[in-house]
Design a protein around this ligand. Structure first.
Ligand SMILES: Cc1ncc(COP(=O)(O)O)c(C=O)c1O
Length: 380
């Protein structure tokens, strides 16, 4: 009765584990990918005003021109150039991803996906009957260029997903790797989907993106959104940017799926880009403090970890404990009453790691890390 493609995918490992956590009400959970800040006040007011002014009808399929213009201006600040007619406002980054894959993939097409990575990429590709090929990341979760080049040459994939700043690893794209990627991609027949939903939460001085390489603009599709940037995960707003020829095809899929993104939220994000970037800066600074705190605590309890450079996750190694990540998290939950996500939820490359989200206040983080430290010291 159910489609073969749908049967080939499962609900996300993150959700599965989250459901387990609800059976332990006394546990401190560090599992969610959702900032704990309120939506900036000006965004709330703009949405209320939009309701009061009855801006509640369908918008154009691509989204209101005013917001697309603001996105265009905002991206220009990162040296990324897309005109308002090259942008489609979507229902979160999630819809941006699925609409993009659906517009481009035929069954059997091959898609390169980093491993470990946000699980939706693999599921979207399988849902469309296309084929996933994982590419390796190095110890610091940067791209292994030898492996990538070989896979492109041998497998001839149609698409490649880039995902920086990364969920789950917190790694970002460096200037050197951006330039290497450009050199690699410029002569290849491949399209890159660059998911940059955490770009506003990059802790490095400068932000690097493959979308800055204007000579290969026709091969790049940028996916982003406001869920993390404005702490508005439940309001469901994202966007996708691409060359006109591609975006027009993505808009067709988006049109038949959802018609348009919610009008009221579009006005909220419009206000956010105009007047709330200081709020984003404050959030970012708070995340940097939490990142430093969690990193130092993990290192001092002997949990090896890379210092995250963006997003709000840290991905420590648990290899020395000789437990797979599912078992480790299960025991951490039952015995120490702390919930973290098994690295295996992000693909085979995530085995041997756990994902800790630091989108929680310092008090919660301290309690969780105290419990974890005691457990690690006593039980291993
Ligand atoms: C890397 C990445 N891309 C996309 C999304 C989807 O974002 P949204 O909630 O806007 O659909 C997420 C959400 O966690 C994510 O981590």
């Amino acid at each position: 009765m159910i489609s073969r493609n749908v049967k080939s995918i499962e609900i996300s490992g993150i959700r599965k584990f989250f459901n387990k956590v609800t059976q332990f009400p006394e546990a401190v959970s560090l599992t969610l990918g959702q900032p704990d800040f309120n939506v900036p006040e000006k965004i709330k007011s703009a949405m209320i005003e939009a309701i009061e002014k009855n801006k509640t009808g369908y918008t154009s399929n691509a989204g209101i021109e005013e917001l697309r213009n603001e996105i265009s201006r905002y991206l220009e600040g990162f040296n990324i150039s897309y005109g308002s007619d090259e942008i489609c406002i979507t229902i979160g980054g999630s819809e941006a991803l699925l609409s993009t894959f659906a517009a481009l993939l035929n069954p059997e097409d091959k898609v390169l996906i980093p491993n470990p990575a946000y699980p939706a990429y693999e599921s979207c590709v399988k849902l469309l009957g296309a084929q996933v090929i994982n590419y390796d990341l190095k110890q610091d979760f940067s791209i292994d260029f030898n492996n990538l080049q070989n896979l492109i040459d041998e497998q001839k994939p149609k698409l490649m997903v880039l995902s920086y700043p990364s969920n789950p690893t917190g790694a970002v794209l460096t200037e050197k790797d951006r330039n290497k990627l450009f050199e690699l991609l410029k002569d290849k027949n491949i399209i890159v989907i660059s998911d940059e939903i955490y770009s506003a939460l990059c802790y490095e001085e400068k932000y690097y993106s493959i979308a800055q390489c204007k000579d290969i603009k026709s091969k790049i599709i940028l996916v982003s959104g406001f869920s993390k940037m404005f702490s508005m995960t439940g309001l469901r707003l994202g966007y996708v940017c691409a060359d006109k020829k591609i975006i027009d095809q993505i808009i067709k899929v988006h049109q038949y799926n959802v018609s348009c993104a919610p009008s009221i939220v579009q006005w909220g994000a419009h206000e956010g880009l105009r007047n709330c970037l200081e709020d984003v800066e404050k959030m970012k600074n708070e995340f940097i403090e939490r990142r430093d705190y969690v990193y130092n605590r993990l290192i001092s309890m002997g949990m090896e970890s890379n210092l995250p450079k963006g997003a709000f996750y840290i991905f420590p190694s648990i290899k020395k404990f000789n437990l797979d990540s599912e078992k480790f998290c299960e025991r951490l939950l039952r015995e120490a009453k702390v919930a973290a996500v098994p690295g295996s939820a992000f693909g085979i490359g995530g085995e041997g790691y756990i994902r800790i989200s630091y989108s929680y206040d310092i008090k919660t983080l301290k309690e969780a890390l105290d419990r974890m430290e005691k457990w690690v010291n006593e039980d291993f």
